[in-house]
Design a protein around this ligand. Structure first.
Ligand SMILES: Nc1ncnc2c1ncn2[C@@H]1O[C@H](COP(=O)(O)OP(=O)(O)OP(=O)(O)O)[C@@H](O)[C@H]1O
Length: 275
């Protein structure tokens, strides 16, 4: 059944830009030309609420990765605007974009992307070292203890399990307290136990540390860790669900097999409109 409860953002009577860690306004992305043309994003307007855990789901090819990459400044849009906090990302020059990504965005990928020759601790502080910024040691301690890596700090990635490596990647993303963390299938390479640990940790970092996280996933159980789920279909946000459970997300996903958008009258307004 489609959830018709108001989304996290809609719960505020009149959310302004300050309520969103990231916003997209009517963004479009088209790949290819002529017969090979694919509309990956079709005028998507969405706000990612600050201090919340948002999951993005949808059928294969619905535009999830494209949306995430465009919002994170890893890919350009053909039209529309993207904001990280108050900063408009669209139109920035390459150098400015690189700096913005470095200073304001954390990334967690399916492949952990750790540097094999560095220890866990060195991997965690690497982005700050590259930026020439000094780590806030008290914060770093909190992050390390929260992900349970203290006994493993001197280990290199090859000496860590997959789950531990992903926890290093999570700690690396959190260490600089970014405005927002984008996680692309963060549990895709993990067994279910390690996956649950990482998801639990991501959820805790939102609840305890006020971090904002957006996660693309195919897994309804993973989406259930989020505060809200955005559903994409054919390049558009067609539904949202707050306080998701795996069962309700699975049920909603089944609807896409028979044609996508909820047809019921009064069904949820598309997306978390960024006003
Ligand atoms: N570089 C590209 N060139 C051409 N088409 C592309 C490119 N990247 C994505 N697409 C197309 O754009 C659409 C959206 O792709 P996207 O990867 O965002 O979907 P997705 O929902 O993340 O899919 P999946 O769940 O399979 O990873 C798809 O039809 C895809 O084939």
């Amino acid at each position: 059944m489609t959830n018709t409860a108001p989304s996290t953002a809609d719960a505020h009577s009149a959310p302004g830009a300050g309520d969103f860690a990231a916003r997209a306004h009517q963004i479009a992305k088209v790949y290819g030309r002529g017969d090979a043309q694919v509309i990956a994003l079709d005028s998507v307007t969405v706000g990612i609420p600050r201090g919340r855990f948002t999951a993005i789901m949808g059928p294969s090819g619905s535009g999830k990765s494209t949306l995430m990459h465009c919002m994170a400044g890893l890919d350009s849009v053909d039209s529309g605007q993207v904001f990280i906090g108050d900063t408009e990302l669209t139109g920035l020059k390459d150098k400015q974009l690189t700096r913005l990504r470095r200073d304001k965005i954390g990334f967690i990928f399916q492949a952990f992307n750790l540097v094999p020759t560095l220890t866990a601790l060195e991997n965690i502080t690497l982005p700050m070292d590259i930026a020439g910024r000094k780590a806030d040691n008290a914060w770093l301690d909190t992050v390390i203890d929260t992900v349970g890596l203290r006994p493993r700090l001197k280990h290199r990635p090859s000496e860590l399990s997959g789950g531990q490596q992903q926890r290093v990647a999570c700690a690396r993303a959190l260490a600089s307290r970014p405005e927002i963390i984008f996680a692309d299938e963060p549990t895709g390479n993990l067994d279910s136990r390690s996956g649950a640990e990482v998801l639990g940790f991501l959820r805790d970092s939102v609840r305890r540390m006020g971090q904002t996280i957006v996660m693309v996933t195919h897994d309804p159980s993973a989406a259930a860790y989020a505060d809200q789920v955005l559903f994409l279909s054919d390049g558009q946000i067609v539904d949202t669900m707050t306080s998701p459970t795996a069962e309700r997300v699975l049920e909603r996903m089944k609807g896409f097999e028979t044609g996508g958008r909820p047809a019921a009258p009064g069904a949820q307004e598309p997306g978390v409109a960024a006003r």
